[in-house]
Design a protein around this ligand. Structure first.
Ligand code: SAH
Length: 251
């Protein structure tokens, strides 16, 4: 049995109770060493066999799993944040399926949620944006052309950029070309929820120089939009005049 477990964004106590239980019982652990906090490995049992997938190919990962299965051992595949976001679990799942190996997925706190908590921010402010666009700049991994930053920028919605810290000159240009004002607020959250977390606030225009000045080239999220600004409407949910299933409004 293989469990894909979301490790959370960094802080070791942000794994779920279910993930923690599986991790502490696993015979074999394969963790994504480039981003998973090694402190989480303290939850493993002493005799657990531990592999760092940062040095492995998909085929090597599968070999470890197959061997564990043959020996009747349980495996935890520990992915950073939540495995549904740039987690590369689908390709693993399809191979496991082809071998008839059973598997399950345990969610984790994605870094985009960790970053919002660090900023104490809400992505979906009434009258500002009710949508969150999660995307990335094209790097060595291509992004389909119909998903260009420029086309998404036209919505002026909240935007969360993963995997894009090294490409902010072009990012800034595309965001502006697509329709965000140059002064639209941006927050860069480096290593959200880790002990060495850093937050930088700037604008769409000043993003590239902010990244450069602070030497941020990886493990950061770039958050864009007026949800970082000061104006918004209050919610209907808690409006005294608003009636809903659980509360009657005054008018
Ligand atoms: N599955 C992960 C994302 C993996 S892709 C998740 O749900 O968070 C790797 C990218 O995620 C990094 O390049 C960076 O953009 C972002 N990232 C991961 N952990 C982060 C953290 N603690 N703080 C800021 N960004 C993080």
């Amino acid at each position: 049995m293989v469990n894909f477990v979301g490790a959370g964004p960094g802080a070791a106590d942000l794994i779920t109770l279910r993930g923690h239980k599986l991790l502490s019982e696993a015979d074999v652990i394969i963790y994504a060493g480039s981003l998973v906090n090694k402190e989480l490995l303290k939850y493993a049992k002493e005799e657990a066999e531990i592999h760092n997938s940062a040095h492995m190919t998909l085929e090597e990962v599968i070999e470890v799993v197959k061997k564990a299965e043959k020996e009747g051992k349980s495996t935890v595949r520990l992915h950073t944040g939540d495995s549904s976001i740039y987690g590369a679990i689908r390709e693993q799942i399809d191979i496991l399926k082809s071998y008839g190996i059973s598997y399950d997925v345990v969610p984790g706190v994605s870094s985009f949620c960790g970053a919002a908590a660090s900023l104490k921010a809400e992505y979906t402010l009434p009258d500002v944006s009710q949508s969150v666009i999660i995307t990335r700049m094209e790097g060595r991994t291509p992004v389909p052309e119909r998903e260009s930053i420029r086309s998404f920028a036209a919505h002026n919605a909240t935007m969360v950029l993963f995997l894009s810290s090294g490409l902010t000159e072009e990012l800034s240009r595309e965001l502006i070309a697509g329709g965000y004002g140059e002064e639209t607020p941006v927050a860069v959250v480096y290593k959200a929820t880790w002990p060495d977390e850093k937050i930088f606030r700037c604008t769409v225009k000043t993003l590239p120089e902010t990244m450069k000045k602070n030497n941020i080239t990886k493990t950061a999220l770039i958050l864009v939009g007026n949800f970082l600004g000061d104006s918004y409407e209050r919610s209907e949910l808690y409006n005294p005049k608003f009636t809903h299933e659980f509360r009657k409004g005054t008018h």
